[in-house]
Design a protein around this ligand. Structure first.
Ligand code: CTP
Length: 460
């Protein structure tokens, strides 16, 4: 039998120092406790793939302990000066600890704020597994059993951390081969029956790494759809996967691939992209979102809200509510999203009228200042289709130039001009801002003169 591949060298080369240190501490503790411990899953996949995954100082370490994971987590937390959150029923625990524990005095520190890092610890004990029907009843080590229950070959590799075998790669299903072949492959034919959210995960990994879902895997996803397994899936689990997909760089590709597998419609009927121009609309929407991201504005986008608005074009309010409930959103979130959508439906014709009547930018600001950015971006796409490039240009200008426009004068200036404290002060400031937006005035001095003019008229 060939010796196992040892990936210690690339581990040290490709992962941040503090992360290697954490893994070494884990290995030493494993030795002392007389158990075998492995790092598994996404960490190993990304290491083998040599993907620039690390966004300092976030670490995403999943450990599997051949022994009691919870006891191990408590000892590890003690060593790292951290705390433990345990989930007894799953025999898992999370160790949370301050990053400074892994840095030497003279280590360069990126950020002076203390970061809390996490390590997930799971238990692999033979008696813990109900023997899966799909597996032959042969004696398997517990790590192998643990890996066998995972989703794809590329996610089913483990690296041993015990000191004498630090860096040894356990790859029973040829995850390395599938990385080379750029293939998403499952471990057994009932994988999507065990967990139908894996259909969404397959698409996410395929699009993220530019891999290809294997033919067998594709057939089984289509099978899971035909068996309505996605339809029956708990909305909370769909939502969790969907939210991860919506953060991916390849979000549009993932959505189109979901459509390809009919998964959207299976999640909820209102998500279907059944008309030919729906695909164009969604494509354009995500192009606009990319443009917005490139502006680096402070106003952040709620990816889920944007997705839901875009996907539910032409859907009734009742169906939209049904979709939100299908995804098990909290009642507060349902209310919020319904409100934003009704606001969008109400303001859209007003924006069209504003454009047709060639009204000034300040009137657009009055229409849109309290409208959510997700809804405004939706309008950029929607109204361009009907009114052409010029309206898109003006709305874009509103977004990056006008929406957060500030004036130089403050309430104190207005008080100094003799206005009494109260609502009037705010009204005057607002009018000065609108005049600035329309390019009537610019700079502190002109703002003061303009405010004075307003005050005189008000007094009269
Ligand atoms: N896993 C699984 N089936 C699922 C979810 C997760 O088998 N439905 C396993 C996989 O082995 C996966 C690991 O649990 O690698 C950790 O899952 P998760 O943290 O969700 O994903 P990562 O693989 O770490 O990917 P990401 O880079 O997106 O965090």
């Amino acid at each position: 039998r060939l010796a196992k591949r040892n990936v210690q060298r690339i581990l040290r080369l490709r992962t941040p120092k503090e992360c290697v240190k954490a893994l070494e501490i884990v290995g030493q503790l494993a030795d002392e406790m007389g158990v075998s411990v492995y790092v598994v899953g996404g960490f190993v996949r990304d290491l083998i793939m040599d993907r620039e995954k690390w966004r300092w100082p976030n670490m995403d370490i999943d450990l599997v302990v051949e022994g009691d994971g919870i006891v191990f987590a408590y000892y590890l937390a003690e060593l790292l000066g951290g705390r433990v959150r345990e989930h007894k029923e799953f025999m898992t625990a999370i160790v949370l600890f301050p990053s400074s524990r892994l840095l030497d005095k003279n280590d360069f520190q990126f950020d002076h704020e203390e970061q809390e890092l996490r390590i997930d610890v799971a238990t692999a004990r033979l008696e813990y597994y109900q023997s899966p029907a799909v597996l032959p009843t042969v004696e398997l080590s517990s790590i192998r059993m643990d890996l066998t229950r995972r989703d794809f070959t590329i996610n089913a590799m483990a690296i041993k951390l015990n000191t004498s075998s630090f860096g040894e790669l356990e790859d029973y299903f040829d995850g390395q081969g599938d990385i080379k072949q750029k293939t998403i492959r499952i471990l057994h034919a009932l994988s999507f029956v065990d967990d139908p959210t894996r259909a969404l995960r397959a698409i996410r990994f395929e699009q993220r790494y530019d891999f290809k879902i294997s033919m067998q895997c594709e057939r089984l996803i289509r099978n899971a759809v035909a068996l309505q397994l996605i339809q029956k899936l708990d909305g909370k689990r769909i939502l969790a996967e969907l939210e991860i997909i919506l953060q991916e760089e390849s979000v549009l590709e993932c959505i189109l691939r979901m459509q390809d597998f009919n998964l959207l419609e299976e999640i909820h009927s209102s998500l279907s992209l059944s008309h030919a121009n729906d695909v164009d609309f969604v494509t354009e929407a995500y192009r606009v979102l990319d443009w917005y991201d490139m502006l680096y504005l402070a106003e952040k986008i709620d990816n889920l809200l944007f997705f839901l608005l875009v996907m539910s074009k032409g859907v009734s309010t009742g169906e939209f509510k049904g979709l939100l409930e299908r995804l098990c959103l909290s009642s507060v979130q349902v209310e919020k999203y319904l409100f934003i959508r009704s606001q969008l439906i109400g303001v859209q014709p007003k924006v069209e009228a504003w454009f047709e009547k060639k009204r000034p930018m300040s009137s657009l600001h009055l229409l849109l200042k309290n409208v959510a950015m997700e809804a405004i971006l939706y309008m950029v796409v929607r109204l361009e289709k009907e009114h052409g490039e010029e309206l898109k240009r003006q709305l874009s200008y509103y977004i990056y130039q006008v929406r957060h426009e500030k004036i130089d004068i403050t309430g104190n200036d207005i008080l100094r001009l003799g206005v009494e404290q109260g609502a009037k002060v705010g009204e005057i400031l607002q009018k000065v801002l609108l005049a600035k937006i329309d390019g009537i005035i610019a700079g502190y001095d002109e703002e003061i003169v303009y405010a004075e003019g307003l005050i005189n008229k008000i007094i009269i």
